[in-house]
Design a protein around this ligand. Structure first.
Ligand code: BGC
Length: 429
């Protein structure tokens, strides 16, 4: 291209860009009432779509939501970014933080109370206590919950099961029998194992099914040494080794949402993952509960490991306070609760919102949640930050990674090391 042609092309490009920008800014009303920046780790297709719903609803009210999304399933990267942003005085208006970590942030004195809003909108009445208790520091609301996710799910491609001549699993033995048949049919039985967070999510579901809610609570919430090193933990590690043997040997580095795609496409039979996988299934135009079955991870016990995605609000942030309030208010509005949770795969955290139009798996989730609440079978999920604080979680994850990477490590050694490392982490924190 000659020099003049290049200049002409550049001018045309600039013109085109200006026109596009103008079109974009006239399409949605320019936000005038202030902005809120929101740090989160929702970057998969369904996660980004779900967040866009909030961005749009805020834009419709005249607020700008800056979506600061940091990739990495489970949020480890987003947590690091939050710390460094706080150190450099670039504090977001809201950040995705869950469980006991919400209280830890309160002790820094950086959080903002949203009591006035919570009171006005009756949050104490519409939220389950299992969730609202995490949103408060010393009785004051500092975080807003978006949803309830269940961790202990098993997603199964029904066509793969039929092709392999396997039956729908109902307990551990029938699950292993199904995995064996899928392998014999030449299909990867389990998609997963790409990183420690995924493997911890698998062990989370396995432990609840193998040992039951009482064991789970003793081990992961009370951090009881004999539960951490005892028979149920040993059994859980043994089951994890079996699952590993049926998992994709080339999974290293693959994301959870890539794995969900493998199950939807029939390249793998199953995935052990929380119901954020359901968001991806829907996003891929499959129907959860129809082509892809959803069952609680099978074993000797039933239970419900839950977690709530929530956003902690920060004072002295880079955001406008009225926009921060609009963010929290809109997130718990019935309209957003329905739209968002349908796209995200979770169920509404507001108990007064109807599930009309939600898929069969969401209905099952809600029914099971209610039953678990009643039967004391609801447990805060350890792999998704609901059970313990950073250092202890780090110790548990380290042992899981060591066990998964060293096929010669016995389940007994892993359980013993788990108890030891947790004790150490507690002593140091
Ligand atoms: C979050 C989900 C998210 C998943 C994968 C979980 O810890 O709670 O909302 O979709 O991580 O990123």
């Amino acid at each position: 291209m000659k020099h003049r042609q290049i200049l002409r092309a550049a001018a045309a490009f600039t013109l085109c860009l200006t026109a596009t920008t103008m079109m974009a800014s006239t399409a949605t009303a320019a936000p005038t009432k202030g902005k809120v920046s929101v740090l989160n780790w929702w970057t998969s297709g369904s996660e980004a779509k779900s967040m866009h719903i909030l961005q749009q609803m805020l834009a419709d009210q005249g607020y700008k939501m800056v979506n600061d999304a940091v990739s990495g399933g489970g949020g480890s990267n987003a947590r690091t970014v939050l710390k460094s942003r706080i150190q450099s005085h670039n504090v977001p208006g809201a950040a995705q933080i869950k469980g006991p970590e919400i209280q830890q942030w309160c002790s820094t004195g950086l959080t903002m109370s949203i009591d006035a809003l919570a009171e006005k909108s009756h949050w104490d009445q519409v939220l389950p206590t299992a969730v609202s208790k995490y949103m408060k520091c010393d009785g004051h609301y500092v975080a807003v919950p978006f949803n309830i996710h269940r961790t202990n799910w098993l997603w199964i491609n029904k066509a793969v099961l039929a092709k392999a001549g396997a039956a729908m699993p109902t307990d551990w033995d029938s699950l292993v029998a199904a995995l064996k048949k899928i392998k014999q049919a030449g299909i990867t039985p389990i998609a997963g194992g790409g990183n420690t967070w995924q493997v911890a999510t698998e062990l989370d579901a396995i432990a609840l099914a193998a040992g039951g809610p009482d064991f789970y609570r003793k081990a992961f919430v009370d951090l009881d040494t004999s539960a951490l090193s005892g028979d149920d933990m040993i059994k859980s590690f043994k089951h994890l080794r079996t699952i590993q043997q049926y998992s994709d040997p080339n999974a290293q580095g693959l994301s959870w949402n890539h794995d969900t795609g493998e199950v939807v496409q029939g390249k793998a039979g199953m995935q052990i993952m929380g119901d954020w996988a359901k968001g991806e299934i829907t996003n891929a135009n499959a129907t959860p509960g129809k082509e892809i079955a959803c069952i609680a991870f099978p074993g000797a016990h039933t239970g419900y490991s839950y977690q709530s995605d929530s956003f902690e609000m920060f004072a002295h942030s880079n955001s406008d306070q009225n926009a921060q309030y609009a963010f929290a208010r809109t997130a718990l509005s019935p309209k957003f609760q329905r739209k968002f949770n349908k796209a995200k795969g979770s169920i509404p955290v507001r108990q007064d919102v109807s599930l009309k139009g939600f898929d069969a798996c969401a209905h099952k989730a809600k029914k099971d949640f209610k039953a678990a609440e009643k039967n004391n079978a609801l447990v805060p999920t350890f792999s998704q930050d609901m059970a313990e604080k950073g250092a202890v979680k780090g110790a548990i994850f380290d042992v899981i990674a060591k066990f998964y990477n060293d096929k010669n490590m016995s389940a007994e050694d892993a359980a013993r090391e788990m108890a030891h490392r947790v004790q150490q982490a507690q002593a140091m924190s």
